[in-house]
Design a protein around this ligand. Structure first.
Ligand code: SAM
Length: 254
């Protein structure tokens, strides 16, 4: 990274801590076409201590259950784009992240996958307490979800600890952090909340983080909230929506 870029990032960090709004700090220069692009690994910026260190993963069952996690779209996109970095929004037990990690391994790519999730569940996981797959999987302990540990265990069991980095905060906050640190990605998978306003907000927040030539894609086209938000965002930005197996895609021009 050049010295001037380093100084710019340093000034941005200080200004943010002095109370400047992120909106004011994100000048036109900071968007993907002209702004910086952090070239290193994100893991050390997020975790001073390895999140997997000393974790007793063998005490948890082998349970990767999720939705749309094994889609062949993941492998095809990894082969086509050859990503250097992937961001996933909505990870649950890690099914889709592990499919992506295995595709990277197959292609011999040393990319990292940053998984953004609160691991607290989306609206549909809290609406039916009899639903073992959704509410039950949150595995509340003292009233608070412990789903995150099932995700960690699945990553360890698959031996993908070096590729997969958890970022356990709300999606929009994570996008602000990525923007502040100039972190961009070649593939961004959106599979968090399925409520229309939330999905739209995720699209707005993550689109600028897609590298030129990269792809923003997502699951659940059959959900009204997802489809309406993607259609609105695509219309407003004159972007064609394409489909690959069960996923929708928005491609950023190179
Ligand atoms: C449908 S699941 C993801 C499924 C996963 N991709 C798979 O392969 O099975 C949605 C996930 O998004 C997370 N989530 C929902 N809203 C979120 C938000 N605003 N910020 C971060 N995570 C969120 C939930 O905690 C949940 O784990």
């Amino acid at each position: 990274m050049s010295l001037s870029r380093q100084v710019q990032r340093w000034i941005k960090g200080i200004a943010y801590h002095c109370g400047f709004s992120l909106r004011r700090l994100r000048s036109a220069k900071a968007n993907v076409s002209t702004g910086g692009d952090f070239a290193g690994k994100v893991r050390p910026l997020l975790h001073k201590v390895d999140p997997y260190q000393g974790f007793d993963w063998q005490s948890l069952p082998d349970d990767r259950s999720g939705w749309g996690s094994d889609s062949t779209a993941f492998g095809e996109l990894v082969a086509a784009i050859k990503p250097r970095r992937i961001i996933e929004v909505g990870t649950w037990k890690g099914g889709s992240a592990l499919t992506l990690a295995e595709a990277l391994e197959k292609q011999g790519l040393d990319a990292e996958i940053i998984c953004v999730d609160t691991w607290l569940g989306a609206l549909e996981m809290w609406t039916d307490q009899e639903d073992a797959g959704r509410f039950g999987s949150l595995a509340l302990k003292h009233g608070y979800p412990t789903l995150y540990y099932q995700f960690l265990a699945n990553v360890c069991r698959a031996g993908q600890q070096t590729r997969i980095t958890p970022f356990p905060i709300p999606s929009v906050t994570a996008a602000q952090w990525f923007s502040l640190r100039d972190v961009r990605a070649d593939l961004i998978y959106i599979d968090g909340s399925h409520e229309e306003d939330d999905v739209y907000q995720d699209l707005v927040s993550y689109w600028d983080l897609v590298r030129p030539g990269g792809v923003l894609f997502g699951d659940d086209w059959s959900w009204d909230g997802v489809r309406l938000a993607v259609e609105r965002f695509a219309r407003e930005n004159s972007l064609p929506i394409t489909h690959r197996h069960d996923k929708w895609e928005l491609k950023r021009p190179a």
